[in-house]
Design a protein. Structure first.
Lengths: 619, 619
């Protein structure tokens, strides 16, 4: 009888299931697993310096490659430190397998509810119950193997997300007969395929009919489509010939299709995207959860002349949508799109030439970078993004942090030809950018990974600047220096009369001198203060070998626009304009020219001279 | 009718209730509260750079002063980032009031269970339910005030701990009639006093009888006694005349009483403390939760000839204790001690002269720093601690991180004359030291705060080195450089044959060059590599003005001893020795001389030459 140590069996299983990288930090409660993973010839153990960064790296790893990474943390603070990364992966439907060490099983025998379990253990199941697909603390050696196999599978099926297997230290060290181990691992290995339904025939035909009748149909493509290969997806959409918006998480699904791509929409949407959204007469959303930044707060004003069909694989997300969304189909988005494509193909091309022409015109009329993005004194982040976008080749992956990096990055960059652009879109936690980019590089070391950060947010994972150096990752990091938390300064402009508190150096919040700091870490440092040098510096930055940081000095009060802002009517009332009427407000004429629906009464009522950016005080 | 904004009312209430400092980070979901706190003339808002650090600072603030601080975080990642600090406060019974911003109330109306609430909201109640005294997401403006008042009170009563009030952004901005606001705040203001019971008369007399009869009684004092003023507590114990141990969290309750102080005990206990613990015939524990590092794993071997009485205010902690602890009394420790003192006083002094003499002898025979703590090549952390302890004056507060700082700090330093020594003892999270020390300084800026860190653990809150500089905190920080995670290296020696994985530079884990890094932050930097210079450098370090960091280079494999370690019997079996038999193992003669009970059969069975440190592989 041959036996195997449970920790070794787990490591071997991970390798066999295609896991290549494990991000982790060792502690006394995961030391057997750490040893097993580190010794395994087919697994690479990547040590970072905070557990939140480990999970965020696994998030970025999956976003880049579609392959899962595992995370290995210890008991107590090891697993509590992981929370923000886990919730971020949960929000973005990113599968991550988290293995946490735990106190020995005998500490659970008494079912005690004291504040700590054993020496440093915490109640992992209760903390993580509502923000993971599954979390379980194992109680015997075979269960460890069953749960690991189940979690690896479950994380990747249906709507994806993180799973936690919490493994007491004695079980890691336990030994099992190899046959017993193998059968424990085999049980849950149903094929790793989406178990999702297609559109019911009735629903499909209702939808196809609507498409046939529509004069101005619009697709809204979401991240749920990512299971389809990029080229296949692009071909489907191109063949279908229907204009489309992308959600921010779906913007890099495939290279924009000239003539069909309508941009992106939302409270920080592109002007063209929002105008086209509001102009369509049929809206079909596919695999996007219609978060508030995307659909706005007032459902009745969304695509107000359109019929809306929603296709999503998560009943809970469908249930959350109000009465404006009456046609909701529980189905796998890639399957649904394939079905729709087949039906439309069978009845011939859609007759929407005028609409297609309008889409092209609006996209031309309303460019992403506008006059308000010019600045003589500072670098404007929008103009910078436009230059960065043009300079970047197809092998570039942009990973953004929050604030300026997120907003101007996603508003301006339109990834094409295999470029990638992502962040932790749902939770939007400051600090994601750096570990997300580290994860992306481990997933594909041939990519040129450009990490877009801000001075405030970078602090949240500052420690892992060292990991970039120690693991010799040729990361290109931009730090937008805007003296603190720029987005919140705009919130303060909107809701507390512009009073500052904890948002800039004048109100108690400073960031370090990044030049000396990042040099001390071992980075090459570049900076940019004058607009006329932008393209040269960007070229130097992108072509630099090894880890390099470019600090971009922008106006500490630069607007992040266009965006939906509370505005003022001629008779002095504050109103929230409809989605097409972003600040800075355009003239009514310009709006009217591009919109295929009548101007909204609220738009007509606005005092367009007095109104200006009132921040994001809409809730 | 005058009205008041809810956020202002909350800020005003905090100030009136004696809160002076609020540690926080702003976001769009707590911006009204941030504004109100920042504007309030009697509140100081301290911005740090990670929410975990904010809660840890509030922990250190309370440990230093016995006064509560508040913490103000935003929705989503703001509150998820706080988890580790909250669990640490929960474990250590430290009251902290955490106010978190949340999405607007209308996002809760549909009772939806989608992965995110509103834009960035998370389910705070479900995450924090089992690691706080109370957590509630408010649904109307009056409830906000009621819950804040209740939480502030509740955190400080009975067994203390953190409370979270989760406040949607619309409620922060809401206005209430001032009378309505005042009555909402008034409701829960029962007097903030322990609602704890005294010892029942029968129990008290049982205990007092046992004391009268005992030849060798021993008290084990815990942190639960801290409600008594230090001097009063010392007088009580001195008057009682019974030798005492302190738990690690209670070591700085009062200046050691010469002749009565028996030291500390446990798996990393002092040798004298453990021998005296095992020698006593009556053990009375007061306000200590008898965690495993304190009592060891094998209850039957603890104080094996003694009757044990346990006094604790938390029934759950009493319930967790096994059958060895038959006399368990639910009572407030300070009250119980006062009662015991009164009864003993009334019947005259205890006749325990021989025992007192033995306590003095054992303390002399078994010093804290031993021959094994000498090192010719590197600085030994124990010898360093001894020098640091002698050089420190009464105005010094030591705040430790984990690993070397924790173990050698708590094993060697014996705070006296008002010196303080604390850490996050229960959860023991790496990274606590720095924010804990920051909190301690804000609680009492007249203290000289010395923060004891290690190269590995400091990384976990590295960002807040900047806060030390920006807030001009004259912190004295020691970094023990031991090439990674020293304690876990010893674990690896014990359980995986010494194989390294993610614990040092040779196995994938490096730390930055701290000299250049901390200079870049703006610290003065000192280092210590040779033992003969220790006392000079320590003097320079302690007398430096402003923020200063001393890096201490120790052997990367230095032992952290004495400690309870798995040892080897003459016939080759591995056994866990009894608590008095710490490694490095003493001779049987030496043990026998100091122990008042017969040698344990396991001690007799050990091969004392072959056995050496086997790490902490006991679980």
């Amino acid at each position: 009888m041959t036996d195997i140590k449970v920790a070794d069996s787990v490591a071997d299983f991970l390798a066999k299931q295609g896991i290549r990288h494990v991000f982790g930090i060792i502690g006394s409660a995961n030391a057997h697993l750490f040893d097993a993973v580190y010794q395994h010839p087919k697994l690479e153990l990547v040590c970072l310096h905070h557990e939140q960064a480990c999970v965020m790296a696994a998030h970025g790893y999956f976003m880049q490659s579609g392959r899962m990474a595992a995370v290995l943390v210890t008991a107590g603070a090891g697993i509590t430190n992981a929370l923000t990364g886990v919730v971020g992966s949960w929000a973005d439907s990113v599968p991550v397998l988290i293995l946490s060490g735990q106190e020995a099983t005998k500490q659970f025998k008494s079912n005690n509810l004291a504040r700590m379990i054993g020496i440093q253990g915490v109640y992992v199941e209760s903390i993580y119950k509502t923000c993971t697909k599954n979390v379980v603390t194992c109680q015997d050696p075979e269960q460890v193997l069953r749960e690991v196999a189940t979690a690896l599978n479950f994380a990747k099926t249906d709507r994806q997300g993180p799973c936690i297997v919490d493994i007491p230290i004695d079980l890691q060290a336990a030994r099992l007969d190899v046959d017993v181990a193998e059968s424990a691992l085999a049980v849950p290995l149903s094929p790793i395929q989406p178990q999702l339904s297609c559109l019911a025939s009735e629903d499909l035909h209702q939808l196809a009919d609507a498409l046939q009748k529509s004069q101005a149909p619009l697709l809204w493509l979401g991240n749920g489509l990512r299971r389809l290969a990029s080229d296949d997806l692009r071909t489907l959409v191109k063949d279908l010939g229907v204009p489309y918006l992308t959600s921010w998480t779906a913007n890099d699904l495939f290279s924009p299709i000239e003539g069909l791509y309508a941009g992106h929409a939302g409270t920080y949407g592109g002007r063209a995207g929002n105008v086209l959204l509001q102009s369509c007469d049929l809206l079909i959303t596919l695999g996007t959860r219609l978060a508030i930044p995307q659909k706005g707060y007032l459902d009745d004003e969304l695509a107000r002349r359109a019929e809306i069909f929603v296709v999503d694989c998560d009943q809970v997300e469908l249930d959350k949508l109000g009465s404006r969304f009456s046609k909701k189909f529980l189905a796998d988005a890639p399957t649904a799109l394939t079905q729709i494509h087949a039906v439309v193909q069978s009845v011939g091309q859609l007759a929407i030439e005028l609409w297609l022409e309008h889409v092209r015109e609006v996209r031309q009329e309303m460019p992403l970078v506008e006059a308000c993005h010019r600045n003589e004194t500072w670098i404007d982040s929008y103009s910078f993004m436009a230059e960065l976008g043009s300079a970047a080749r197809s092998d570039v992956t942009f990973v953004t942090d929050m604030g300026t990096a997120l907003i101007s990055g996603f508003q301006v960059l339109e990834p094409s030809d295999g470029q990638r652009l992502f962040t932790s879109q749902g939770l939007g936690e400051m600090g994601y950018g750096l570990p997300g980019a580290i994860g992306a590089w481990f997933a594909d070391a041939d990519r040129k990974v450009v990490c877009l950060n801000c001075d405030g947010g970078l602090m949240m994972n500052l420690q892992d600047l060292h990991s970039v150096i120690s693991h010799e990752i040729p990361l290109k990091i931009v730090i937008f220096n805007n003296d603190g938390y720029l987005m919140i300064k705009h919130t303060q402009n909107a809701i507390v009369g512009g009073r500052r508190a904890g948002t800039d150096a004048g109100s108690g919040l400073t960031c370090p001198n990044y030049e000396s700091l990042v040099k001390a870490f071992g980075f090459r440092y570049l900076s940019l203060r004058k607009a006329d040098l932008t393209s040269d510096v960007i070229q130097n930055f992108l072509q630099a070998e090894g880890p390099v940081i470019l600090e971009v000095f922008m106006a500490p009060d630069q607007l992040l626009v266009p965006k939906l802002s509370v505005s003022i009517t001629a008779d002095g009332r504050l109103v929230s304009p409809p989605l097409e009427d972003l600040s800075p407000l355009l003239t009514l004429q310009s709006l009217k020219k591009n919109l295929l629906v009548p101007l909204h009464p609220k738009s007509i009522s606005l005092d367009r001279v007095v109104s200006d950016s009132k921040g994001d005080a809409i809730y």
